[in-house]
Write a protein that binds this ligand. Structure first.
Ligand code: R7I
Ligand code: MG
Ligand code: MG
Length: 308
């Protein structure tokens, strides 16, 4: 279990770093850069906002032994590093909260008053999926609340909950073939229900990457990337194949890589992550990189056992 906790957090960082240099490239461009997918290796160990924010979620859950919105928002602000490439909505939300606005009110004002449906809440959600893996109602509640800090839109929150629940299923040792049924039962929104139906269809027919992108999407909206990450995990037989495939789809490569890495790391445990990839991961400025992320996984596990 501890190895799964560490695996999901290191998996997020490794997946993020794997796609980091390719974010925004089309599928064809990615494949012309990296060639055949099985020969591809991680180029750089530098991670982006996806991992930076995931650390804030983990730190806050650990320090509070559960969710505290104001504290988590403060962690996001303290960890904020503009060079990591944050989404514009998230950047604006954190700027406003740092100026004194309430974390409960800020995100509602973005994107014309409906809030963001970007994948920024889902990409950082791994610690929530781990910490609440044994309680689906609580997991949903905290996934929504932690999203609310930056992503108020129902589809942004539901994407984060779906990603968290996928991680929870992976942690609890659910067999891959049983996951889709459980995911279908969990989802509330019609848009995600439809996406999971499409996911099942592309899985059944061994679709081409082009078909996967057109059916599931590879963009920055949560509904165009969370189902794609789940698919990338389900179709592969190893951590490496899952992440390489996710990145090879192009588009929001760091984030689809990070989310695929989170689910796969939770499923296979840290031992499933190629050692050379983990070792390539940066230690980060202020020593909050590879070793620190591993420590966060251990601590999150320790606190989970303590409160259970
Ligand atoms: O979701 P968010 O934090 O962005 C995450 C992405 C990941 O790829 C990271 O790797 C990083 O590169 O950024 O930031 P948001 O700005 O909230 O959402 C991302 C994008 O989704 C926005 O810039 C919009 O293009 C789009 N988007 C929306 N478009 C129209 N209407 C999000 N919400 C809306 C909306 O309501
Ligand atoms: Mg990023
Ligand atoms: Mg991204």
């Amino acid at each position: 279990m501890k190895s799964k906790f560490i695996g999901a957090l290191i998996g997020t960082a490794v997946g993020d770093a794997s796609g980091a240099l390719l974010e925004g490239y089309s599928m064809d461009e990615v494949n012309s850069v990296k060639g055949g997918s099985d020969t591809w290796e991680m180029i750089s160990g530098r991670y982006t906002d996806d991992t930076e924010m995931m650390k804030g979620v983990a730190e806050s859950l650990i320090e509070n032994k559960g969710f505290n919105g104001e504290h988590m928002a403060t962690r996001f602000i303290e960890n904020y590093d503009p060079r990591r490439g944050y989404g514009p909505g998230t950047r604006e939300a954190l700027r406003r909260i740092s100026k004194g606005e309430s974390w409960k009110e800020t995100s509602k004002k973005l994107f014309g008053g409906k809030g963001s449906y970007g994948n920024g809440a889902a990409m950082r959600i791994a610690p929530v999926g781990l910490f609440y893996y044994d309680d689906a109602d609580k997991l949903r509640e905290i996934a929504y609340k932690s999203s609310h800090i930056t992503h108020y839109h129902e589809l942004g929150k539901e994407g984060a909950a779906l990603q968290a629940f996928s991680i929870a299923l992976a942690v609890s040792g659910t067999k891959k073939e049983d996951m889709l049924l459980k995911l279908k039962r969990f989802i509330k929104s019609e848009i995600y229900k439809e996406k999971v139906r499409k996911l099942e269809a592309v899985l059944d027919k061994e679709a081409t990457k082009k078909e996967v992108n057109s059916e599931l999407g590879n963009g920055e909206a949560a509904f165009n990337s969370v189902p794609t990450a789940i698919y990338s995990f389900l179709r592969a037989d190893s951590f490496k194949d899952a992440v390489v495939y996710a990145v090879s789809l192009g588009g929001d490569t760091d984030t689809i890589g990070a989310m695929t890495g989170a689910i796969s790391g939770a499923y296979y445990g840290e031992g499933g992550i190629p050692k050379r990839w983990e070792e390539k991961l940066e230690e980060g400025k202020g020593k909050k990189g590879r070793s620190y992320i591993r420590w966060l996984g251990e601590e999150l596990y320790r606190v989970k056992v303590f409160i259970s």
